[in-house]
Design a protein around this ligand. Structure first.
Ligand code: SAM
Ligand code: SF4
Length: 441
């Protein structure tokens, strides 16, 4: 009796939520061709690596990773290796040159063509490279969701902002807003399928609709999505400060199912550096937005991104960043040491600050933010919060992990069958990075 072999795909994802979403698309297209996902690389027929190019570290990690993959795969030429995502888009030639065992290099715009590229590789035997910008060419339901309760949905792709340090517009192309009707219908279908939370993705969700008909903006989209019956939680990221409006802040504050958390990247607190970064806001405007958020959205958490050591940054500029961090009282900050990206205009700017100095500033910033996060989290002790149970904690498999409405992560004991539900948790212990609690009876 002959049995049909089920082909298996092993996928690794680096980087942001947009990359996670892209990986769900990759799994969908390969799934349509009969491939099944495996967590074990050894039993896979196809290995897909979905890369990130935002910082040099991510790129170096990929090269290190491909180096060890090469040794691991020695003598297993039957496995096909596909490298996709932002680094594939920006450094296709370098990947092919340094790692000739890679079978397919595909860009961020060529995901739906991956099965075709795999067939082409098998048929023609030559190495395939496909990185042309094909714009927005897919339907939003073409994904293999990895979580039954939470879904990622792009509302726009690409970016028009060209912050001088950033590679994203160079690899993801110009901003295209996705049709609001397609977004709403997709979310309605997801809710019927048991999804309770959607996270709307865009490099700058606040400029949503600028390329659509008049009257359609992010505030309008949020209201329409918020009206969908049964949808419990709406999250979104990222909010560029230059495009956030008071009416958008009010919409978030007024709607029960739009979560009280805004990711508002500051990047730098000095007007001189913000200008060199091409961010198009200044520190006063940023603080005004923070004030509007705290005044209009009850118990809103604000998270941010900050880059330390941008070319030309001096101690007094960095002090301006510390000053905003003290005043804005972010709940969490993602901190990065500036990393030059080839092709961006900042990479051509003179950068005289020694790496050791940047490191010191970076640690100073971390210490300050840890203190602020600790103080903010301390206030939760003894209080009860609604928490969406996400699953077991990746760091401690004996504990469940969930999120409060304001996106704070909470760890607690509980049974597997509450995953996906919204429960009440009483907070018992708070630190800078985590919070623990007990499920309320
Ligand atoms: N579109 C989002 C925005 O405007 O905030 C985020 C894009 S990027 C994937 C995420 C973060 O990476 C940025 O907010 C920035 O802080 C950081 N980043 C981007 N380019 C960087 C660079 N060249 N060096 C260090 N950090 C960088
Ligand atoms: Fe990069 Fe700026 Fe666009 Fe964000 S808004 S993706 S930081 S260019």
């Amino acid at each position: 009796m002959s049995s049909i072999k089920i082909m298996k795909v092993y996928i690794e994802t680096f980087g942001c939520q947009m990359n996670e979403y892209d990986s769900e698309r990759i799994l969908y297209y390969l799934g349509e061709k009969g491939y099944r996902k495996t967590m074990d690389m050894d039993e896979s027929d196809i290995i897909v690596i979905n890369t990130c190019a935002v910082r040099e570290k991510a790129e170096n990690r990929l090269f290190g990773h491909l180096g060890s993959l090469k040794s691991r795969l020695k003598g297993q030429s039957s496995k096909m290796v596909c490298v996709g995502g932002c680094t594939a888009q920006s450094l296709a030639g370098k990947i092919q040159e340094k790692f000739p065992f890679v079978d397919i290099v595909f860009g961020t715009h060529n995901i739906s063509r991956l099965p075709e590229l795999i067939d082409e590789r098998s048929r023609e035997g030559r190495i395939i490279c496909s990185v042309a910008d094909e714009g927005f060419d897919y339907a939003l339901d073409e994904t293999k969701r990895l979580d039954p309760y939470r879904a990622l949905i792009p509302v726009s792709i690409g970016c028009n902002n060209f912050c001088t340090y950033c590679i994203v517009p160079h690899v993801r192309g110009r901003e295209i807003s996705i049709d609001p009707i397609a977004i709403i219908n997709t979310i309605k279908a997801l809710v019927s399928d048991g999804v309770v939370q959607v996270t709307l993705l865009g490099q700058n969700v606040n400029s949503y609709g600028k390329d659509l008909e008049e009257g359609i903006d992010f505030s309008y989209l949020l209201q329409k999505i918020s009206d969908i019956g049964g949808l419990k939680r709406i999250r979104f990221m990222t909010s560029h400060p230059k495009d956030i409006s008071l009416s958008l802040i009010r919409t978030i504050g007024e709607r029960e199912n739009i979560m009280n958390h805004i990711h508002l990247p500051l990047q730098a607190g000095s007007d001189r550096i913000l200008k060199k970064m091409n961010r198009k806001y200044n520190r006063d405007r940023f603080m005004k937005i923070v004030e509007n958020i705290y005044n209009n959205i009850k118990d809103c958490a604000i998270s941010s991104d900050i880059i330390v050591g941008f070319p030309g940054e001096e101690r007094k500029d960095f002090d301006d960043t510390l000053d905003i961090v003290r005043r804005a009282r972010f709940d969490r900050v993602f901190t990065f040491i500036y990393s030059p990206r080839q092709g961006t205009s900042a990479a051509r700017m003179e950068d005289k600050i020694p790496a050791s100095e940047k490191k010191k500033w970076f640690e100073e910033l971390l210490e300050l933010q840890n203190q602020v996060s600790f103080e903010k989290n301390s206030k939760y002790k003894g209080a009860k919060f609604k928490v969406l149970v996400e699953g077991f904690s990746p760091k401690n498999k004996d504990l469940l992990q969930g999120r409060m409405e304001n996106n704070t992560v909470v760890l607690f004991k509980g049974k597997k069958d509450i995953i996906g539900s919204i429960i009440e948790v009483k907070i018992t212990e708070t630190k800078s990075f985590y919070i623990r609690g007990n499920v309320s009876k």
